[in-house]
Write a protein that binds this ligand. Structure first.
Ligand code: 3H9
Length: 679
């Protein structure tokens, strides 16, 4: 049965798509749409057409699962042209998300109506693509060039109200969408000539008079687009819309689309789209496990971490009780939270009312007993096992039955923490990444005894607070920090052997990381985990800490910093490294960038393989999600495991062996069998 059905209401043909979950424009949908338009054209009794979708959304785009497979005709560009060339006015009636190919269908329709909650966008750039069904040519003609550039190159959608204000939507519909869309179609059925987006020119005039807007846009977004191929291709295609007639512009669009589609970045970004969605799925839980109800959250610790964690819940409208030991620390913590909200308000990201609304949901207290009515309590106290055990012991006595007890520890053993309570089934790790109100990643650490419904609750809650959650097992550093360890260790050894912090960081930045290992250490604090004894100098890090070089916060770390926190290579650090080199009897040699890649990135892949082997991650793609969202691994390289697959596992194994590393069994086995981690 076709996902497209038609019915008549008077002289309006209503074309309905029913292709759950998101009405993706797969083959059957495309075929059905073409047949429906033929029906409208051929039936003299039909004076107008309404296209709408059942379920949660209007067409959310082309069917991504068809990419990379042989295309079945009709292709989407043909379908949208057929819609635009319909001899009767076509009205797209939008709810949910009109995304990508979905918005292209709407743009090819002659009119667009939408419910106020609808979103319209062309997120193709996030899949390493551009709108390839006329979208780069029709969108600037309908929404204006500036808006089209922003929407296509960033992939961010706009709301229906804004779309209506700029002419992308013709009418906002309150009430029943189908009924009002039919009434709208009735109003416009006699309009001739039928307005076609591809024939419009009015909104291009301004950019034609000022073609400099493209370079201005490129310049303004250079940092954001760095390393990515797709944003520039989107800009070029829209530039063609302005510079060339429609019929030529679409040819440019097609050529640019195919270039992206066959490139490595699109493959990586599309892989990542599904990786992110797979991460939410937990293997082996009893069917139908229901989440627990979370109405109030407790947070222990009002430091940077506790405050950031609390802000996530407040932002989602969930009340938070936050506990500190001293009044001063509590006031400082809540003050910082307010300051952060006010900074967001100053940037226009929230209203003054929303700031007050969020702060009103916060209950600061000095009494841990006040957590008694919380359904989830997250401990974000000092990173020390004894401290954590004491807190969890207390929580066991205070928390109500069924309350979930979570630790935000980055390294410590969740099972040991759970054992200090009488309810280990209610305990798990919720590892937020700093700054916790900004970073998207949440590692959900599953203890040996964590109950299935506790895990399900955590995953569901993560979605509510707009985090991407990945399940990790109990091991030192879980997934992310565990893989960071070999990288940091090798990076430090490389310093001794002759590399400089700037050289190592540069290799990582050129690879696409937001910063290298030493820039990261300076940002996080070189003193984190330091033994605090300036007299005990056993490595380069100890020497830096003893010299008060704790990183950016002190204006000095692996780099020197000026008052604007701009780094420069440090002669003092060079001296410290030199001294250590002499002390260890290491001879300085030239280090190649390739050696840095092999020793700092291949070793991460090796550790990732061990994590998989031990079952500490459910799947290789989960590891990639951790690295993209937790550490800024460039999404156009998919993540460390996808990258390793793309490089070739045999090459990784050869590099590791040549450098004297012990290769993880799983990695060796896969390389030997010619297999991949992620495909
Ligand atoms: C395009 O249009 C190219 C054209 O310009 C040119 C062509 C020539 N296809 O995200 P969710 C699945 S490119 C196939 O969890 P939500 C998804 O995998 C496309 N499947 O729901 C998941 O499956 P499962 C441009 C898709 O409510 C299920 O649907 N469009 C597609 O949080 C639910 O998804 C986009 O890039 C798809 N297009 O969010 C839009 N989309 O349950 C991509 C979703 O098995 N999609 N699935 O894990 C989205 O942004 C979100 O899915 C959406 C719903 C906001 C729609």
């Amino acid at each position: 049965m076709s996902p497209i059905s038609i019915k008549k209401h008077g002289d309006v043909l209503i074309v309905t798509s029913n292709n759950p979950p998101v009405n993706a424009l797969g083959h059957a949908v495309r075929e059905g749409l073409v047949a429906a338009i033929a029906e409208a054209d051929g039936d003299a009794g039909v004076k107008a057409v309404v296209i709408l979708c059942q379920g949660q959304t209007f067409f959310a785009g082309a069917d991504i699962t068809e990419f990379g497979k042989p295309m079945q005709l009709p292709m989407l560009p043909t379908v949208v042209d057929i819609i635009e060339n319909c001899t009767k006015p076509v009205v797209a009636a939008i709810h949910g998300t009109a995304f990508g190919g979905g918005l292209e269908v709407a743009l090819a329709s002659h009119y667009r109506v939408a419910v106020p909650s609808a979103k319209l966008g062309v997120p193709e750039v996030k899949l390493g693509l551009l709108p390839g069904a006329g979208g780069t040519q029709r969108l600037p003609r309908v929404a204006g060039v500036g808006k089209a550039l922003e929407m296509a190159a960033t992939g961010n959608p706009i709301g229906a109200k804004e779309a209506c204000a700029i002419g992308l939507v013709d009418r906002l519909i309150e009430g029943d969408l189908e009924q009002h869309a039919v009434a709208f179609a009735d109003e416009v059925k006699a309009v001739r000539p039928i307005p076609k987006s591809s024939e419009r020119d009015d909104k291009l005039a301004e950019a034609r008079a000022n073609p400099g807007i493209f370079d201005e846009f490129r310049k303004a977004n250079a940092r954001r687009f760095k390393g990515f191929d797709a944003p520039e291709a989107n800009v070029k295609a829209i530039e063609a819309a302005v510079a060339k007639p429609y019929a030529e512009g679409v040819l440019d669009e097609r050529r640019l689309f195919m270039e992206l589609m066959t490139g490595s970045q699109a493959r990586a970004q599309q892989y990542f789209f599904f990786a992110e969605r797979k991460a939410a799925k937990i293997e082996g839980l009893p069917e139908g496990t229901q989440p627990r109800d979370i109405r109030r959250v407790g947070v222990i610790g009002a430091g940077t971490m506790g405050g950031g964690i609390s802000m996530n819940f407040l932002g989602a409208g969930i009340p938070v009780t936050i506990v500190e030991m001293a009044k001063e620390a509590l006031d400082r913590g809540t003050g910082t939270m307010r300051k952060n909200y006010e900074a967001s308000a100053a940037k226009g990201r929230m209203s003054a009312d929303q700031v007050e609304g969020a702060m009103a949901l916060l209950t600061p207290t000095l009494k841990i007993e006040d957590l008694a009515d919380c359904d989830l309590i997250i401990e974000a106290a000092f990173e020390n096992m004894d401290v954590k055990k004491e807190i969890f012991g207390k929580l066991d006595a205070i928390a109500g039955p069924g309350a979930i007890l979570a630790s935000n520890t980055s390294y410590l053993n969740i099972d040991e923490i759970a054992a200090s309570t009488s309810r280990p089934q209610d305990v798990l790790g919720l590892h937020f990444f700093s700054p916790a109100n900004v970073m998207k990643l949440l590692e959900v650490v599953r203890g040996a005894k964590t109950a299935p419904d506790v895990l399900v609750t955590a995953m569901q809650l993560a979605k509510r607070i707009k985090k991407v959650a990945v399940v990790a097992g109990v091991c030192h550093g879980f997934i992310g920090n565990r893989m960071l360890m070999p990288r940091q260790m090798e990076a430090t050894k490389l310093l001794l052997e002759g590399a400089t912090p700037e050289q190592i960081d540069k290799v990582h930045v050129e690879f696409g990381m937001p910063m290298g290992p030493f820039q990261m250490a300076d940002l996080a604090g070189v003193d984190i985990g330091w033994h605090r004894d300036p007299g005990r100098i056993e490595n380069i890090r100890d020497a830096l800490c003893a010299a008060d070089r704790w990183g950016q916060k002190k204006g000095a770390g692996f780099y020197d910093y000026d008052d604007k926190r701009r780094p420069t290579p440090s002669p003092v650090v060079a001296g410290i490294i030199e001294e250590f080199r002499a002390r260890e009897g290491v001879e300085k040699r030239e280090i190649s960038d390739q050696e840095i890649v092999e020793r700092t990135l291949y070793t991460m892949v090796n550790e990732g393989a061990r994590i998989l082997e031990e079952g500490m991650a459910q799947r290789a793609s989960d590891i990639d999600v951790v690295w993209v969202y937790g550490y800024g691994w460039p999404v156009y390289r998919g993540g460390p495991m996808f990258w390793a697959d793309s490089e070739g596992l045999a090459k990784i194994v050869e590099g590791l062996e040549r450098r004297g590393f012990e290769v993880a069994q799983l990695l060796a086995k896969k390389a030997e069998a010619g297999e991949k981690f992620t495909r």
